[in-house]
Design a protein. Structure first.
Length: 262
């Protein structure tokens, strides 16, 4: 469901009603006359919808985490906020950038439209920016020929599924974060699709190596063996970017998570 499009249609419809009432019909009504139903239930919502539309389109947008691909950084059920302007101002609905600002950096947690189905929003971590050579071999990440240092810490207990995953700390760019590996999961990528610029990638028994094309990004989930990401379906084009995730504002199952992510 394209909520932005629905909100835009509601904005236009209520805006027309509001404009007609202010310009024509309000002047014709007696001062003590009751507003007609289309003003009470239509035009009166216009200012509220306008505020919501502007906030959601240009400043900040809420999302709910639907899967475990970003565990342990983000958990299923986390409600997060996404900065809509940090990567540039984009027109709502068509998502066309009109004002350049910052570019995504390695280590950012980014929301984007899934390249194979742009009606779906995905969230992953930026691992590679345009021109980078990314290698994920035997479950170790290398960027431009330099292996990203990883420090083993206590195993992570998945509370809902009651099993442990190996847990590490690594630093990508300026961002230090935790990630998970499952020892029993294979290193190779079993079902990569035929995506644009697939010729930039080399698959083998140890994993995958890719050169990120111009205007694209290589994304990975922090739950490395339980994330369908750029290793499987390819690169994220700049036009698919939604924004940068930065804050957990609610979680029904764990109120203590509020404010933990940045």
């Amino acid at each position: 469901m394209n909520f932005a499009l629905i909100l835009f249609v509601l904005l236009v419809a209520t805006g027309i009603l509001w404009g007609l009432d202010k310009a024509i019909y309000a002047k014709r009504r007696a001062r003590d006359a009751r507003e007609p139903w289309w003003v009470e239930y239509g035009a009166s919502f216009f200012p509220v919808i306008l505020i919501v539309f502007v906030l959601r389109s240009f400043i900040v947008e809420p999302f709910k985490i639907p899967s475990g691909s970003m565990i342990p950084t983000l958990l299923v059920g986390d409600f997060i906020l996404v900065n809509k302007y940090t990567y540039g101002i984009r027109l709502p609905v068509i998502n066309k950038k009109i004002i350049e600002m910052n570019q995504p950096q390695r280590g950012d947690v980014m929301v984007f439209r899934y390249p194979e189905d742009p009606s779906l929003d995905y969230i992953k971590r930026v691992v590679g920016v345009p021109g980078d050579r990314i290698a994920y071999q035997n479950k170790r990440l290398t960027i431009n020929g330099v292996q990203v240092p990883a420090k083993k810490i206590d195993d992570y207990l998945h509370p809902e599924r009651a099993y442990f995953s190996a847990q590490f700390i690594e630093k990508i760019g300026e961002t230090e974060h935790r990630y998970l590996n499952d020892a029993e999961a294979p290193a190779f990528i079993p079902d990569a699709t035929s995506f644009p610029f697939r010729e930039n990638c080399l698959y083998n028994n140890a994993g995958v190596s890719c050169t990120v094309p111009p205007g694209h990004y290589f994304m990975m989930g922090d739950n490395r063996d339980n994330s369908k990401d750029s290793r499987f379906w390819g690169f994220v084009p700049d036009r698919n970017i939604v924004g940068k995730a930065f804050f957990i504002w609610f979680n029904w199952g764990d109120l203590g998570r509020i404010g933990k992510f940045r």
